[in-house]
Design a protein around this ligand. Sequence first.
Ligand SMILES: Cc1cc2nc3c(=O)[nH]c(=O)nc-3n(C[C@H](O)[C@H](O)[C@H](O)COP(=O)(O)OP(=O)(O)OC[C@H]3O[C@@H](n4cnc5c(N)ncnc54)[C@H](O)[C@@H]3O)c2cc1C
Length: 398
Amino acid sequence: MNIQEHSLTQNSTKQTVEKIAIIGAGPGGLATAIALRNQGFDVQVYEKAQEFRPAGTGLGLTPNGLNCLEAISPGIVESLKSAGCELRQSALKNVNGETIRTNTAKYLEKYGQTFIIIWWWNLQQVLASRLPSEIIHLNHRCIGFQQNDRSVEIYFDGGNTVNADFVIGADGVNSAIRETLTGEGQPNYLRSMCWRSVIKYNHDLFNSNDLIFVKGNRQFMYLLNVGDGYTSWISRKFLPDYSLSQSAEQVKSRILNELKDWDKSFRAVVEATPAEQIMEHPICDRPPLTHWSRGRVTLLGDAAHPMAPALAQGANSTFEDAYELQACLSQESHLEAALNRYEQRCIERTQVIQARSALGEMRYYEIDTETFDRQMQERSQLVNNDDFQSWLYSYKPY
Ligand SMILES: Cc1cc2nc3c(=O)[nH]c(=O)nc-3n(C[C@H](O)[C@H](O)[C@H](O)COP(=O)(O)OP(=O)(O)OC[C@H]3O[C@@H](n4cnc5c(N)ncnc54)[C@H](O)[C@@H]3O)c2cc1C
């Protein structure tokens, strides 16, 4: 059954829920807004940023995530290809710049869908362009909510309040909605530190490779062709404890120092980046939750299951959530039943992906901590990598 057919079913939560507030206009919030508007819900999105501006990193969108987006908004994969870059070939290099191996992308042949590399900000723009601008309320930082049997009152910085029948927290790893639901505090640092930026940069590093992975000693770097002459670079290093630099200049000199023994072609990308455009941050996740919802409030995307970026699944699993949430709301006439079904469909799968991502992050550094490995393998269930990839990428909206 496709989305349009769902919307014709009588059995929709629409009979009891009309007004939906989504907190966060990231990939998760916007994809969910598109999906729920297709079902006829009155959706409003509240975003803390004062304006849409260049932000975020280069992302890999894999078949599972793209299939869900295409089901939500037919034709969007073609728009994403134009706004980003369809992966043709990737290369593994050492820090001296020598190519160790190249791989031709076979996602289309193997999984029936392509692999797209795109800048987070371009992805946000493609999604936002599929919504009426008046439903996206910028400069709305949510600071909490209160709910009763009939509605939810949402609080924003500066004293604004909004009422809704149902609230979706799509406000990322430091979600205010999750904090109000669980009170769990700071995320877990995964012993991996990250420096990154996206810049317009002319170089011949890419040639026929759209993705370059450079492996150093407990340190690595990604160079991603995100299209239109832009390069996303992401450098990560194993650091048991982390400290943040005091200024933009310090961030830049720190990362250049980390790369001091690396080939000049890699250092040149960092040197060409204005210091104030380099992000420095710890890689974090959170423990899996047994429930994402309480009453009239639920979580989605990084707010529900933040994960290490090792498997490129944060945004992709977020699109799975968006698809599943709209499907559950269209199939159940009561919100509670819809949210139970949403959790049943998503929680177990994302727990596996989260655990596998944490494991993947440490495997990048060849860190073998026996207990950590065992714990994550138990949580991730599927140990064999081929089985895991096939299970991951073959996920299709039904
Ligand atoms: C280095 C790195 C590489 C990555 N690579 C990949 C990849 O290759 N593939 C992939 O799928 N994923 C990748 N990810 C993960 C991906 O970026 C996230 O999983 C994805 O963006 C999650 O989407 P989201 O909408 O849930 O949250 P976010 O993208 O975090 O968006 C949340 C939105 O909510 C807004 N917000 C936050 N707090 C509030 C508040 N209190 N009130 C209102 N608005 C608020 C934010 O401004 C933002 O717009 C990577 C992440 C990193 C750090």
